[in-house]
Design a protein around this ligand. Structure first.
Ligand SMILES: CC(C)(COP(=O)(O)OP(=O)(O)OC[C@H]1O[C@@H](n2cnc3c(N)ncnc32)[C@H](O)[C@@H]1OP(=O)(O)O)[C@@H](O)C(=O)NCCC(=O)NCCS
Length: 238
């Protein structure tokens, strides 16, 4: 019984909500083609906050749907996973979330800053993973290339006599300001702010704040260019 309660508590805000959300997702979640997209734009209003017309492909997995808010023009590609425990997920106007991206608030400890907010006209590429226990704030016109990972928490692990699981976590949060481009397979770690119009090179691991208008690369990521002093990199598409 305890395992059952634990399972439900990780899926929805209450048992009643679990039944209701699963019913709607089961009835409409797998319907193919533009007909399915149209029906979900109507039916999913019953379980989440949809502001205007959105396009949700089939096989999008949603948990804690009442904590999800999508603005008009949002596109969720097939296989996207939104897990919106307290703190919730907000996605701004005309933002696209591509195939198999996973946005997981991961707030099972009542963390005060938890949540994932993405601004307008942004793109979350295929297979990206965003975890929001410390809060992840992504601005407008931000492009995440495929398989970017963003983590807004860390396990404490400094005490050699205690397993990391028992040492607690820190969760400071991650901010990516407007008009940044994050290259494929980059990893952004907790506590980092990436300043406006910066670029993160493919495969970089960002451990410290990035000043605005910078290009950072490597592990750990270092500034290798200041766009205000050199000719700017052309950033037109992810
Ligand atoms: C960061 C990036 C934009 C730089 O492009 P660029 O301005 O043409 O830069 P250059 O190729 O002239 O490289 C400049 C320096 O950075 C280094 N560099 C470039 N990309 C790097 C990377 N991903 N990691 C580490 N170093 C990198 C280069 O080796 C070069 O070093 P050097 O001066 O010692 O020779 C590009 O390399 C990159 O990583 N793009 C991301 C691609 C991507 O994710 N595409 C997905 C599209 S959806």
């Amino acid at each position: 019984m305890d395992a059952f309660k634990l399972y439900i508590s990780r899926q929805a805000s209450s048992f009643g909500r679990y039944i209701w959300e699963q019913l709607i997702l089961t009835l409409f979640g797998q319907m193919p083609t533009v007909v399915g997209v149209g029906l979900r734009a109507l039916a999913y209003r019953l379980i989440m906050h949809l502001e205007g017309i959105v396009a949700i492909e089939k096989d999008v997995r949603v948990r804690f749907a009442n904590n999800v808010r999508l603005a008009k023009g949002v596109y969720l590609d097939e296989g996207v996973y939104l897990h919106a425990c307290p703190g919730g997920i907000e996605i701004g106007e005309n933002t696209f979330v591509m195939h198999r991206a996973e946005l997981h608030v991961y707030n099972f400890r009542d963390l005060p800053k938890a949540g994932i907010k993405i601004g307008s006209d942004s793109l979350i590429g295929e297979y990206c993973v965003i975890r929001g226990p410390g809060g992840v704030n992504i601005g407008d016109r931000v492009y995440l290339s495929p398989a970017v990972h963003i983590y807004s928490s860390n396990h404490e692990c400094g005490d050699p006599d205690v397993c990391f699981i028992d040492q607690g976590i820190t969760a400071k949060g991650v901010t990516i300001e407007d008009e940044c481009w994050i290259g494929a397979m980059a990893v952004v770690l907790d506590g980092v702010t990436i300043g406006r119009r910066s670029v993160v090179a493919a495969g970089a691991v960002v451990t410290k704040d990035v000043p605005p208008h910078s290009l950072v690369a490597g592990v750990p990521a270092k500034v290798i260019r200041d766009f205000r002093r050199n000719s700017p990199l052309e950033v037109t598409a992810a």
